[in-house]
Design a protein around this ligand. Structure first.
Ligand SMILES: [Zn+2]
Ligand SMILES: [Zn+2]
Length: 107
């Protein structure tokens, strides 16, 4: 481990195509489930696929910025920016802290 950042971040583009496919699938399921326990489990699974270790109950998001940023990050980060609340789904659209800083979007 040479990466010393305290932020649990991963780069989607560095995942293998197979891992990307599974990651998308799991995030889709997480977006659509109405079961809290299942949602928590899916978040853990998605994080594991991205190579991240998050505590039970934590969440991850893929950056929803229009720059096609590949960051997978913790939406609870105070620097992350919510573009759009969940709107009936679980995930909503959230920008990673770097994008929130560089090109903040509004819904
Ligand atoms: Zn981003
Ligand atoms: Zn961006």
């Amino acid at each position: 481990m040479t990466h010393a950042s305290a932020r649990p971040e991963a780069d989607y583009n560095r995942l293998t195509p197979a891992a990307q496919e599974r990651f998308d699938q799991v995030m889709d399921l997480a977006d659509n489930t109405t079961d809290n326990g299942e949602y928590t489990a899916l978040m853990l699974a998605a994080a594991a696929l991205a190579g991240l270790h998050i505590p039970y109950g934590a969440e991850i998001r893929k950056c929803a910025c229009s720059c096609y940023c590949p960051a997978i990050f913790d939406p609870a980060d105070p620097d992350a920016h919510v573009i759009e609340e969940t709107g009936g789904y679980n995930l909503g659209r959230v920008q990673c802290p770097t994008c929130a800083d560089r090109h903040r979007e509004t819904a």
